[in-house]
Design a protein around this ligand. Structure first.
Ligand SMILES: Cc1cc2nc3c(=O)[nH]c(=O)nc-3n(C[C@H](O)[C@H](O)[C@H](O)COP(=O)(O)O)c2cc1C
Length: 208
């Protein structure tokens, strides 16, 4: 029995990409998981990316293929990752999701499991609102939204500054080049495994 997983992200500086790879590592631990990682189309002009210092960072994950809207229907489990933009998902992810109207009208994503992850610059910069902004779209598609249970003790750790929420994995970039910590990557990996295992159970139930 296989469970087909697609992890779709937008990232400008690489933080959400790193979380996506950690989610993928966790998902691959589930027997039968077929895991694919995709990024969505950039919308920001090259000159603006250059000025924002993002071009070099983006080169690190330039090899990740672009997500295709029609391909989504083939998944049993979808992970959606986006950095915050003023407490919401980034326009690049909004643009991708806004192309799924045809899938919605066919009910093509109904009953699939969905889960989200994010990144903010500051500790209280809108992680939960960004995650729930993505959940709203998944719920309109009739998807089963899953988060992260507190059985992952890393969610409750106060040993160091850390992202990680019951709504989905997260990281905090700061303004000093901080990259996702081991705690944050561990939570993202846990999310990948936990949510993929839920999707696998649903697939098994439907084929039994
Ligand atoms: C237009 C814009 C709006 C942003 N809004 C917020 C915000 O509301 N809160 C916050 O903490 N960070 C905010 N940020 C910072 C980004 O969320 C941060 O650069 C991102 O999480 C880094 O992830 P990435 O490396 O995957 O691109 C904003 C950045 C931009 C460009």
């Amino acid at each position: 029995m296989s469970v087909r997983v697609q992890i779709i992200f937008y990232s400008m500086y690489g933080h959400v990409w790193r979380l996506a790879e950690a989610v993928a590592d966790g998902a691959r631990q589930v027997p039968g998981a077929q895991v694919e990682v995709y990024q969505v189309q950039e919308l920001v002009p090259d000159a603006v990316l250059e000025q924002a210092g993002a071009k070099a960072a983006r080169a690190a994950f330039g090899h990740v293929p672009l997500a295709a809207v029609d391909h989504l229907a083939e998944a049993d489990c979808l992970f959606i990752g986006s950095p915050t933009r003023f407490g919401n998902m980034a326009a690049q992810m909004r643009n991708f999701l806004d192309q799924t109207g045809g899938l919605w009208s066919r009910g093509a994503l109904v009953g699939k499991v969905g889960s989200c992850f994010t990144s903010t610059a500051s500790q209280h910069g809108g992680q939960e609102t960004t995650l729930t902004s993505m959940h709203t779209t998944l719920l309109h598609h009739g998807m089963v939204v899953a988060g992260i249970p507190y059985s992952d003790a890393r969610l409750s750790s106060n040993q160091a500054i850390s992202g990680g929420t019951p709504y989905g994995a997260s990281t905090i970039t700061g303004s000093d080049g901080r990259m996702p910590s081991d705690n944050e990557l561990g939570i993202a990996s846990f999310q990948g495994q936990h949510v993929t295992a839920l999707a696998a159970a649903l697939v098994r139930g439907r084929t039994a």
